[in-house]
Design a protein. Structure first.
Length: 323
């Protein structure tokens, strides 16, 4: 009995150490990024960027005033962007197509300072994140706009499925408390994910997950060892997937090629449950914000995987930038 308790305690201790190691790695990235984002927000950078982005909105068939909405998404997160959208678009008569195009733009291009910092630590340089996330968002949104406009689809007026209550601007103290709560929740989720992965491996279910994902991973050019982190990032979010990915790279489980390709895919399509539901509740079409985004991510990642020497050049630039 004593031996069993000893083994159980050793197993729990190992899990906590593993989770804490991943968590501390993420904290070193997330805390500076969150502080920088808040400083930029207080300095009015989001409003300035919205003015810069305004001319691009007309190319996508959107009112120029919505530029500030994407600026808010790029610098902060989808929740802030949705609050800005509800304030800016209150008197606008938008179509389902326009909300879907804006939703695709926000889903691919959001939280760049935070998620870009996480991606950089995992092996993808800043310039690649900007090209992939910002350029990818514009390209996907433009393709959707062209498709819907050409075939005359989704031209009906949009009806909001859900509208959150808009409170006054949060104080610095309430913002700090909210961030601390989020960071604490991240540790709980990381611990739960590590426990789940251990159980899946123990029960032999991990192998079946890998086999089921093998055709998709092969298409993306990603090895089977990246299956778990890809699924986690795809369903829950880039920070969780990248956090575990950093651990696997450090432990030698993942190659640099697999980690880079997994991050490219997750940069374009992650957190499909929560993020998709948020945009869906604004009245967007699910085919555009989910299936089109997934297809776009698969095609782009597959092209990157087959681009001669591109992954090697990414790794070489990272080595040159590392002091």
């Amino acid at each position: 009995m004593q031996i069993k308790i000893h083994h159980l305690w050793a197993w729990v201790t190992h899990l906590l150490q593993d989770a804490l190691r991943v968590y501390l790695t993420l904290l070193k990235i997330l805390i500076p990024a969150l502080l920088i984002v808040k400083a930029l927000e207080l300095l009015g950078v989001i409003g300035w960027l919205g003015t810069v982005l305004a001319p691009l909105m007309s190319i996508l068939g959107l009112p120029e005033q919505l530029g500030v909405v994407w600026a808010a998404a790029l610098f902060t997160n989808l929740y802030t962007a949705i609050a800005v959208f509800l304030q800016v678009a209150g008197d606008m008569h938008l179509s389902v197509e326009q909300v879907t195009v804006l939703g695709a733009l926000m889903l691919v291009g959001h939280s760049i300072p935070v998620e870009g910092a996480v991606a950089k630590c995992a092996g993808v340089p800043w310039w690649a994140t900007l090209v992939l996330r910002v350029g990818g968002a514009l390209l996907l949104a433009w393709l959707l706009h062209c498709f819907y406009s050409y075939f005359g689809l989704l031209q009906a007026p949009v009806a909001l499925v859900w509208q959150p209550s808009l409170s006054t601007a949060p104080t610095l103290s309430s913002w700090a408390i909210a961030q601390l709560e989020t960071l604490a929740l991240i540790f709980v989720i990381i611990l739960a994910l590590i426990v789940l992965l251990k159980l899946l491996k123990k029960l032999g279910l991990e192998r079946w997950i890998h086999l089921g994902l093998l055709p998709l991973l092969k298409l993306l050019g990603i090895g089977r060892s990246a299956a778990n982190v890809t699924v986690i990032g795809f369903t829950l979010g880039l920070s969780y997937g990248a956090g575990l990915l950093i651990r696997d790279v450090q432990n030698g489980v993942l190659s640099k090629r697999d980690s880079t390709l997994a991050l490219c895919f997750l940069g374009l399509c992650h957190s499909v449950i929560e993020d998709t539901l948020l945009i869906l509740m604004l009245g967007a079409d699910i085919a555009g914000i989910l299936w089109a985004r997934l297809l776009f991510a698969v095609i782009v990642t597959a092209m990157i995987a087959r681009w001669p020497g591109l992954i090697a050049r990414l790794d070489e630039r990272k080595r040159q930038q590392t002091p």
